[in-house]
Design a protein around this ligand. Structure first.
Ligand code: ADP
Ligand code: MG
Length: 630
């Protein structure tokens, strides 16, 4: 097999991905896990274990369990400072190069990393069901040549043919589909992982991303938050009468509990930290709220500010000139990080929060904060996309355009009637026949709508025009409305009166090329309002039916006045009045739906004898004409 997978060899976590039949996806382990901790444990027996298993060894064998080795990759011993040596395992020197000491042996960082890459190879082959040997591996944009070479060597040691060493922010931008942005678009990639932070500014030129600037801190990430939360726990432990000093094992347990609490608080607003039997006599238990976590984490997150400012200034770009800001790295799942980034970059979504409440959409100038991808999987997915491009599996990134939102027309009662559903591949064509709702109507108004909501007024109006036709009774006209979207994304609307052949055409340019964030907002609103919208549609439809039933009952009553017993007449008149009362109580296009349905049913029941009598009268008429009855 000639395929190329993509690998994110991260400081904290690694992942492998592949483009299958045009769709990039993470190759998961048999147990479903998608990320692999970049941790390697060297047992005294000589056995090596990697990933989750190695992570569990950390507590018991901290000196032989290597993590964050990416920091040492391709670096000279002489470059290391005190912070680079602050590990529970020993740092060694190998011919001037930084190395670690584990399992009684000196090992270069690329050797340690190759264990992770071997494990990823096994995982990929198990998931795919065939052997793979070609890979694209990502590195931070700031990696120098020696660091890139060491990464490549790590791949080769694991049995990979390393087809390309790709910049992480570029990979992320590919995964976010930003190759579709306009030429010269600029994006910021905010990557906050476990132990490193970097901000990169990319510019799209001829379909390729160029890194204009990158700035960051290789000592800033989720681990710092874990450490701060761990310190907080340690202080709480002391307050609660626990040990004043934590040994290595206790410290490791506290650190894990801190991280678990932090991760939980990205979804929940409070979580319980429990450390049973921290010592033989002491167990710890305490609730941590999201607000408390944010107070602890905020100063750490604020440390990204200077780097963001520096990267923008190096690139010569102002924040408002960016098209998008994308989030990468597991730590950006934290709501506080998203808020912070959104506000700092003046992203459209956050401008209102900054006091600009009066702004309408056109006035918003900030970049869009794009959170559409899983931040800790995007780099691997982007590497896989690059791999697929290199192997020719996706020749060029062929852009099959689809309609971002549904297109339709407004129908009687103010509802949206969809002609082309969202996500239809273009070019495309669809049509429907409509009729007149009112007697002697002289023209039909065609109101072109775009959106996912049930009611016309909640969708976007793309245009409206009138088609004249001959006065005919209600329901007799036949007007065909056809929507056609050509390959350039232009919507052609055609309305034709099938009787006279009279027609109208309009051209709408803005049907396909719609701002992504607005599309996202529209889709989200349609989901949030799904139940209310559905009720609104049912109300409008029931009200139409009720009005028809009332009109029909009135007509029948007038025609048969003489033949009906007075009780039947009264019953029908009363049912009409009741139904009309419910209709009259309609406010803002909504009323009491169950009550209306009940009244329709009552009216149907009350008019049943009328229908029978009408039928009898028609029969009599027929028989009389045939001379059977006199
Ligand atoms: P790296 O790029 O450094 O290999 P990742 O992108 O995988 O790392 O990010 C790892 C960091 O993300 C860790 O600090 C982890 O605790 C943090 N993290 C993962 N998921 C969440 C979450 N749901 N909420 C907050 N932080 C998270
Ligand atoms: Mg990363």
């Amino acid at each position: 097999m000639d395929c190329i997978v993509g690998i994110d060899l991260g400081t904290t976590n690694s992942a492998v991905a592949f483009v299958e039949a045009g769709i990039p996806g993470i190759l998961a382990a048999a147990d479903g896990s998608r990320l692999m901790p970049s941790i390697v444990h060297y047992a005294a027996s000589g056995a090596v274990c990697v990933g989750e298993e190695a992570r569990r060894s950390q507590v018991l064998h901290p000196a032989d369990t290597i993590y964050s080795v990416k920091r040492l990759m391709g670096r000279a011993s002489a470059e290391l400072d005190a912070t680079d040596r602050d590990w529970p395992f020993a740092i060694a020197d190998h011919e001037g190069k930084a190395a670690v000491l584990a399992g009684g042996k000196r090992r270069l960082p690329e050797e340690v990393s190759s264990e992770v890459l071997k494990a990823l190879k096994l995982r990929a082959e198990a998931a795919l069901g065939f052997a793979v040997s070609r890979a694209v591996i990502t590195v931070p944009a700031y990696f120098n040549n020696a660091q890139r070479e060491a990464t490549k060597r790590a791949g080769q040691l694991a049995g990979w043919n390393v087809e390309r060493v790709l910049n992480e922010p570029t990979a992320a931008a590919l995964a976010y589909g930003l190759g579709r942005l306009q030429e010269r678009s600029r994006v910021a990639v905010f990557d906050l992982g476990g132990g490193t932070f970097d901000l990169s500014i990319l510019e799209l030129r001829e379909g390729m991303f160029e890194v204009l600037a990158t700035h960051g801190d290789t000592r800033l990430g989720g681990d710092d938050i874990d450490r701060a939360v761990g310190d907080w726990i340690a202080a709480q432990v002391r307050v609660a009468g626990g040990p004043a000093q934590l040994d290595l094992t206790m410290a490791a347990r506290v650190r894990m509990a801190a991280e678990a609490a932090k991760v939980a608080l990205s979804a929940a607003t409070e979580t319980e930290i429990t450390l049973p039997f921290l010592t033989a006599q002491f167990s710890f238990q305490r609730v941590l709220t999201r607000a408390e976590l944010e107070r602890i984490a905020r100063p750490i997150i604020e440390r990204t500010r200077g780097h963001c400012r520096q990267a923008l200034s190096d690139a010569g770009v102002a924040a408002h000139e960016l098209d998008q800001v994308i989030l990468v790295g597991g730590q950006t799942r934290m709501p506080l990080v998203r808020r912070w980034v959104g506000e700092w970059f003046g992203c459209r979504e956050y401008e209102e929060l900054r006091g600009n409440l009066s702004m309408n959409d056109a006035e918003r100038k900030g970049p869009a904060l794009n959170t559409s991808q899983h931040p800790d999987e995007a780099v691997a997915l982007g590497a896989a996309i690059q791999g697929a491009i290199l192997s020719g599996a996706i020749g060029q990134v062929l852009l099959l355009d689809v309609t971002p939102l549904s297109l339709g027309v407004e129908t009687f009662g103010g509802l949206m009637n969809v002609l082309i559903p969202r996500n239809t591949t273009i070019p495309t064509k669809a049509g429907e026949l409509f009729t007149n709702a009112v007697d002697a109507q002289r023209e039909m108004l065609v109101h072109v709508l775009q959106g996912e909501r049930e009611r016309a007024k909640d969708n976007w109006s793309l245009g409206r025009f009138a088609l004249a036709f001959d006065a005919v009774p209600r329901g007799a006209a036949r007007v065909g409305v056809q929507f056609e979207i050509d390959a350039d994304g232009i919507l052609h609307v055609l309305a034709r009166d099938t009787k006279t052949g009279h027609e109208q055409r309009v051209k709408i340019e803005s049907a396909v090329d719609v701002d992504d964030t607005k599309v996202q907002q529209m889709v989200e609103e349609s989901v949030t309002n799904a139940f209310a919208d559905w009720d609104a549609r049912r109300w409008v439809e029931s009200a139409l039916r009720a009005r028809e039933a009332v009109t029909a009952a009135r007509q029948a009553l007038a025609e048969m006045e003489a033949e009906l017993p007075v009780e039947t007449r009264d019953l029908v008149a009363q049912a009409i009045a009741l139904a009309e009362a419910v209709l009259a109580a309609e406010r803002d296009g909504m009323g009491d739906l169950p009550l209306l349905q009940q009244k329709i049913k009552q009216l149907d029941e009350a008019t049943a004898p009328l229908a029978d009598a009408l039928m009898q009268r028609a029969m009599d008429e027929l028989l009389r004409r045939r001379g059977v009855l006199s």
